[in-house]
Design a protein around this ligand. Structure first.
Ligand code: NAD
Ligand code: MG
Length: 397
């Protein structure tokens, strides 16, 4: 297998796993890769290291003020360097067979949107762009002759067991959730938890923002919206079950009573490999599942009282229009404020609820022709509202 790939967000958790997987597959002699573009953020050392290994045609840092650092780090290599937002788009537009969209948050929307318009296969980790632009993003990829392949482990699982040619056979989708680091933490203690505790996930090693999302279960809410758009399924046919071992990554229940589940060790390289080689399978030295050693798999219902973000996401999906974009913007603002110690953990959901309340009920929505521009405008508006609410809650505390 030979693929020409670009990795947007190459220095993050998913981006690094993508490059590590490619490296392992090349060493195993099962695949070869040519790299068109790599992008990163502030971690110039890691970006330069990846660029030296893969020799991309273009390497981009999102921050213009760091361009000269990147040039210094790559001095003598001959690898073209660029910086800033337009350079990120240029990286996304480079001809490639496969583009990994692994920037975190709405910051990844423009480049994911650009990538989807090229006709390449987009490996989608940047779930926030699908939450904000779902149907339009899917349509854009199809119109351009490409497609979106989910990298999020739950959606990769569903993609693998979904009857793509006979979707009428599906009764519901069941997303599994690990429950995060606070699955068993009493409500009273949740009020005092620190960012350090929130990012210490029991099963997965991830970036800071998605780790907080996992702790609040806003991540599962975003994933419910993501699943609705990827698989054309309404909110009332998507359920969530907590499965602390993270071995079953999600399930499809069929109308005849059959349920198909996909399993694997909790390692993002497996869903990345699935998207990278689809419909083929990439052979790499993957960790193996040892069910006998695990002994048992357990399941429980999510607790709607301690984790209200899940209900808020469902309501946003049901409300439709710009509500998922507002949910996402408020969650990003609140999660970052919590990481900065400006907001208490339990107030993350309070900020989401209040932002939705103020904006959805006043009918705020976007009426742009281009869904990406419309989502960005609505996102900016929702952020202003959410920032104000964060300020009010901080003053009240
Ligand atoms: P991360 O924080 O580890 O990495 C984020 C990447 O985005 C980095 O390369 C960073 O440089 C870049 N970035 C950050 N801000 C940017 C900006 N303003 N402009 C351009 N680039 C910017 O995040 P992650 O955990 O790898 O997650 C990436 C995406 O994948 C998220 O949408 C997340 O929800 C999703 N995801 C992650 C995992 C996981 O295991 N980490 C699993 C499923 C889905
Ligand atoms: Mg996931």
């Amino acid at each position: 297998m030979h693929r020409r790939v670009s990795v947007l967000g190459a220095t993050g958790s998913v981006g690094s796993s993508t490059l590590a997987l490619m490296d392992e597959a090349e060493r195993a002699g099962t695949a070869r890769f040519t790299v068109a573009a790599l992008t990163g953020g502030r971690n110039i050392e890691r970006l330069a290291e990846a660029a030296r290994r893969w020799r991309p045609e273009l390497v981009v840092t999102a921050w213009p003020e760091l361009k000269s650092d990147l040039e210094d780090a790559l001095a003598g290599s001959g690898i073209p360097v660029a910086a800033g937002e337009s350079a990120l788009i240029e990286a996304a537009l480079r001809p490639a067979d496969w583009i990994m969209a692994a920037i975190v948050g709405v910051a990844g929307l423009k480049s994911t949107w650009a990538a989807a318009g090229t006709g390449a296969i987009v490996g989608l980790a940047n779930k926030e762009s699908l939450v904000c632009c779902g149907p339009a993003l899917m349509a854009r990829a199809t119109t351009a002759g490409g497609r979106i392949l989910p990298v999020d482990s739950e959606h990769s699982a569903i993609y693998q067991v979904f009857p793509h040619d006979h979707p009428e056979g599906v009764r519901r989708l069941v997303l599994t959730a690990s429950g995060g680091p606070f699955r068993q933490t009493p409500a009273a203690e949740l009020a005092r938890v620190t960012p350090e505790r929130a990012v210490a996930h029991p099963n997965w090693s991830m970036g800071a923002k998605i780790s907080v999302d996992s702790a609040t279960m806003a991540n599962k809410g975003l994933e419910m919206i993501e699943a609705a758009y990827l698989f054309g399924m309404p909110a009332d046919r998507i359920d969530v079950v907590v499965h602390p071992e993270s071995v079953i990554h999600s399930m499809v229940e069929y109308v005849d009573g059959s349920t198909l589940a996909q399993m694997g060790p909790p390692d993002m390289k497996t869903p990345i490999a699935c998207a990278l080689a689809w419909p083929d399978r990439l052979s790499w030295p993957a960790p193996r599942l040892d069910l006998a050693a695990m002994g048992q798999l357990t399941f429980e219902a999510p607790d709607p009282v301690r984790f209200p973000a899940l209900r808020l996401a469902r309501e946003a999906l049901e409300a439709g229009g710009g509500a998922p974009t507002i949910f996402n913007a408020a969650n990003e603002v609140a999660a970052l404020a919590f990481l900065d110690r400006r907001l208490a953990f339990l107030n993350i959901a309070a900020v989401i609820a209040e932002t939705l309340e103020r904006m959805v009920k006043t009918g705020a929505d976007s009426d742009f022709d281009d869904a990406c521009a419309g989502a960005l405008a609505l996102d900016a508006h929702a952020r202003r509202v959410a920032i104000e609410i964060v300020g009010d809650l901080a003053l009240a505390a």
